[in-house]
Design a protein around this ligand. Structure first.
Ligand code: SF4
Length: 239
């Protein structure tokens, strides 16, 4: 039998079978593990995000940190955020957050007011001009949407689930700020309808939802008691 065949698309001559190389000799087995490939991929996406945010920030006369602060304040309304919260969310030092906020105040994009919840505290809120600029900075990462749309629906669901697992782990290790994810929310009831394509339930809006709807930054998120969150997490992972 002929050991080669013609590939109809490329007209290349391709071997019909994989070469008979022993497992120990195969250079792919000696190369880095899949974890390394994933890490390299994440680094490349991180670099693309960083480069795009510097580009967009420059066009708006901002630094990436200033733009991130504006985007962070969008759904905070009059309550705003304290400086310490801003620093924590962006994983930057208090001094870095303070410098960025001072610069944003000078540009007329944010203001410091008395917190409505605690009159002794200072809240940072968006000015009217800041709200317009914040809408633009919040779309800095939109260029990635096209690439996410390259994935099939099934791949997107698996990818989202993987991201949630990684983010939760990073949160537990204290390496990123607490994201307002369904899986840590007091309203989250995982796998309440196990035979449905919408197995989870949100007690806040009293509606079922599927893995593809899991949120990573929900404005209505209320952190669950740590023990409940742990039980929910294990139950979510078990299905
Ligand atoms: S309130 Fe938001 S974060 Fe909480 S379960 Fe419902 S959708 Fe998820």
């Amino acid at each position: 039998m002929d050991s080669t065949q013609r590939d109809r698309n490329t007209e290349l001559t391709l071997p019909a079978e994989t070469p008979n190389i022993g497992v120990s000799e195969n250079p792919f087995d000696a190369s880095s593990a899949i974890e390394q490939h994933i890490l390299i991929g994440l680094e490349k996406i991180g670099l693309a995000l960083k480069s795009q945010s510097w580009q967009d920030a420059g066009q708006q006369g901002l630094t990436p940190t200033q733009g991130q602060i504006l985007a962070l304040l969008i759904d905070k309304g009059d309550a705003g955020m304290r400086l310490s919260e801003v620093a924590k969310h962006l994983a930057v030092t208090a001094a870095t957050a303070s410098d960025a906020v001072t610069s944003l105040v000078e540009k007329g994009l944010v203001q410091k007011t008395r917190s409505p919840q605690d009159r002794r505290a200072i809240a940072i809120t968006l000015t009217t001009q800041g709200q317009q600029t914040a809408t633009q900075t919040a779309s800095w990462s939109d260029f990635l949407l096209n690439t996410v749309n390259e994935l099939s629906e099934e791949e997107q669901v698996i990818f989202l689930r993987g991201l949630i697992k990684m983010i939760r782990k990073l949160q537990q290790q204290g390496q990123i700020s607490v994201a307002r994810m369904c899986v840590t929310c007091q309203f989250f009831q995982p796998n309440r309808y196990p035979r449905s394509d919408r197995p989870h339930h949100c007690a806040l809006v009293n509606a079922p939802f599927g893995d593809r709807h899991l949120r990573l930054n929900c404005a209505e998120h209320v952190a669950a008691d740590p023990e409940i969150a742990k039980q929910n997490w294990n139950f979510y992972l078990s299905k």
